[in-house]
Design a protein around this ligand. Structure first.
Ligand code: GLC
Ligand code: MG
Length: 675
């Protein structure tokens, strides 16, 4: 190699050094400059070992020596190989991983009825600031998804389900600023806010209805109008959910309008494209504000048959003029009309536009009571090609009190599991603002076991405020009735389940500490049934709820494992939760019956002979070791048994087992994969 200096300070390609005394170390060649002085210098350089700070050119000469070059090349290729292997491994893990659960699957949904949750300003009615004050309660319960019943501007004929302005907050609940602050605060705490959305009807005080009544050309068909007499007969025999004809004559317009609920809740006309667009705009308005999802109210009522024919009577012999309640007609023309699902799917698609950012999925749940037609309910799941709601509410467990028994509960659970489209996600509701509290309808004795069922079944549990402490219905005298449904028929009043949340044994149970007014009476049991007291009791309903919701989140088999029936009789319903590859599984033995029971599960070969109770709803039984042939439970007792296993139950009992998305656990690398 030649080492030659060019004119100036720059180097020429192929030449390496400005160091006149350098001698090529690899070929042992002589110094380039023959001068005597230079020779001395060259000798000097060959004595020197490479050192940091040595001129680059000299270093380069050293680095081309085999003893430096070979290890360097080995290292280089090793790094390339490792990088490729890592990329391949990452791609494989991603390709094999099952879908992560979305937020609406990972956490229970907690329903807040805003009038009754917490009153921050002392006017007797709960408000948005009140909810914000209590956000720590959701964190305490390990709940991330909160559905808040309507807080739009409303004349409150149906307590917010009659909306006067879909873009405004009712002053009773606060201001838009309060809402925005609440949302920010919830998001800061990792909580999601689900709003109630009421597409079927507006309030009769809504601007659209006022314009429609006057026959404004743009708005005249925003509602369902038809010619009729000022007095009877009505245009047809359709009846409102709250009783009596669903038609009301309007003096101003001289026609009748349709209302499937109160006369103050006129039904929108979804056959009008402008109405459809209005609703989409409102969906955008709230999604743009950042809300995380919608509970779509009363969806089956959205469309009605245009021909307005009479609906068939359940009892054809009944005099037509006596038909006044929804139970006396088959709702062939007022519910579940063709086109309904197209509309919901369109709304879903709008929501998807806002769901693209990671972690910002917008959730949709539909409310539709199609009790005896389960396949109608299942349609709200959409199809594998077209998404609709993430799930329709599952109300079957609300029927549990009718016949508390192990077999009945299994039947109700199976109604959903046996009919749900493959791969979809189940959900369970045991209470809401329309139904009697479970502690009252089923009995306090079953409260804990029902919560245990709710939190250990596969899918998303929904908890109505107060169920986590076992709140009961209040007694409401006729003069105290607030609910319009109760004014029509006092036994249908929904006030009893809407009483103020019981936070403490303070004044008004801590619901409102600023005055002595509450819009409905507080339940007299509040001094013992309240959050503060139950926080201090290790075995309380609240403590058990919290334990189970935390366990559900931390235990893979509980939130995404197989669900298999193992036993059901007059008292006990028993099932297990397991995941392939994971040596930990859970057996549930729940007594919904009227007697204590001994359950013999010795025929279940996959279970170990001895079983240790991780948690019993009867605290004294937690930690007990039982024989699988002899599992005692008392009435209303639930056992959560954790056991170790290498033999799974589901492969040999496919007809008793369900899973939404099959996943297996690889303990060596601690990952889940599709299997
Ligand atoms: C839903 C609500 C109910 C309301 C009705 C009319 O069923 O849950 O409370 O009265 O819709 O909007
Ligand atoms: Mg309608």
């Amino acid at each position: 190699m030649t080492l030659r200096k060019t004119s100036g300070d720059s180097m020429e390609l192929g030449e390496c050094t400005m160091n006149p005394g350098y001698q090529d170390a690899t070929d042992g060649g002589s110094a380039t400059d023959p001068g005597e002085k230079n020779q001395d210098l060259a000798e000097e350089y060959t004595q020197i070992k490479p050192y940091a700070g040595m001129p680059k050119e000299v270093l380069l000469l050293y680095s081309s020596q085999a003893r430096y070059r070979v290890p360097r090349e080995i290292l280089f290729w090793l790094i390339v190989a490792c990088t490729l292997a890592l990329v391949a491994l990452t791609v494989t893990v991603i390709a094999l991983s099952p879908r992560c659960l979305s937020w609406w699957q990972a956490s229970p949904v907690y329903q807040v009825y805003p009038r009754s949750f917490r009153d921050s300003d002392g006017d007797g009615v709960g408000d948005l600031k009140g909810i914000q004050e209590q956000l720590h309660h959701f964190e305490y319960l390990n709940i991330k998804s909160v559905w808040i019943s309507p807080f739009y501007r409303s004349p409150m004929k149906d307590f917010g389900y009659d909306v006067e302005d879909f873009r405004a907050i009712d002053p009773l609940f606060g201001t838009m600023l309060d809402f925005e602050e609440l949302l920010v605060e919830m998001h800061n705490k990792g909580l999601k806010l689900i709003m109630d959305f009421i597409p079927n009807h507006t309030s009769d005080r809504h601007r659209w209805f006022n314009l429609s009544r006057t026959g404004d050309p743009h708005y005249k068909d925003y509602y369902v109008w038809t010619d009729c007499n000022a007095t009877a007969p009505k245009p047809n025999n359709w009846v409102s959910i709250f009783g009596n004809s669903s038609w009301t004559y309007d003096d101003l317009r001289g026609q009748c309008y349709l209302h499937q609920f109160l006369k103050e809740q006129p039904d929108l006309n979804f056959r009008n494209p402008h109405v459809r667009q209005e609703i989409i705009d409102i969906i955008h308005f709230w999604l743009g504000k950042g809300v995380d999802g919608f509970r779509m109210d009363a969806v089956k009522h959205i469309l009605e048959a245009e021909h307005l024919r009479n609906e068939p009577q359940v009892d054809p012999k009944q005099p037509p003029e006596d038909v006044t309640t929804e139970w006396e007609l088959y709702h062939d023309y007022t519910t579940s009309q063709l086109g309904l699902h197209d509309m919901l799917r369109e709304w879903r698609a709008e929501m998807d536009i806002y769901s693209r950012e990671p972690g910002r999925y917008r959730f949709m749940v539909t409310e539709s009571y199609d009790y005896h037609e389960v396949e109608k309910t299942m349609m709200y799941y959409g199809t594998p090609q077209v998404k609709e709601s993430d799930f329709p509410f599952n109300f079957y467990l609300l029927d549990l009190p009718q016949n508390p028994s192990g077999m009945w509960v299994k039947h109700l659970v199976h109604l959903w599991m046996g009919n749900m489209p493959k791969g979809q996600w189940p959900n369970w509701v045991v209470g809401n603002h329309d139904r009697s509290r479970i502690a009252s309808s089923a009995g306090q004795i079953y409260v804990r076991v029902i919560n245990m069922l709710l939190l250990t079944l596969p899918g998303t549990p929904t908890t109505y405020y107060g169920e986590e402490i076992g709140m009961e219905n209040i007694n409401v005298t006729d003069s105290q009735i607030q609910d319009p449904a109760g004014k029509y028929n006092s036994s249908a009043s929904r006030d009893p389940q809407r009483s103020p949340m019981q936070w403490s044994d303070d004044i008004n149970a801590g619901f409102n500490t600023k005055s002595n007014i509450t819009w409905l009476p507080v339940h007299p049991d509040y001094s013992s049934v309240n959050v503060e007291v139950q926080k201090k009791e290790p075995g309380s309903v609240l403590a058990q709820y919290r334990f189970l919701s935390t366990l559900r989140q931390s235990e893979l088999p509980l939130h995404r494992g197989w669900f298999c029936y193992v036993h059901a009789d007059a008292n006990v319903f028993s099932y297990l939760r397991e995941l392939e590859g994971l040596g930990r599984a859970f057996l549930m033995v729940l007594n919904f019956g009227k007697e204590s029971a001994i359950t013999d599960l010795s025929s279940i070969r996959e279970l170990p002979d001895q079983l240790k109770v991780l948690m019993s709803t009867k605290q004294v039984n937690s930690g007990k070791v039982l024989q699988k042939s002899h599992i005692p439970t008392e009435v209303g007792e639930g056992l959560l048994i954790q056991y170790s296993t290498h033999t799974r139950f589901n492969p040999t009992h496919p007809d008793q087992c369900y899973v939404s998305e099959k996943a297996c656990y690889l303990s060596v690398v601690d990952i889940l994969y599709k299997c």
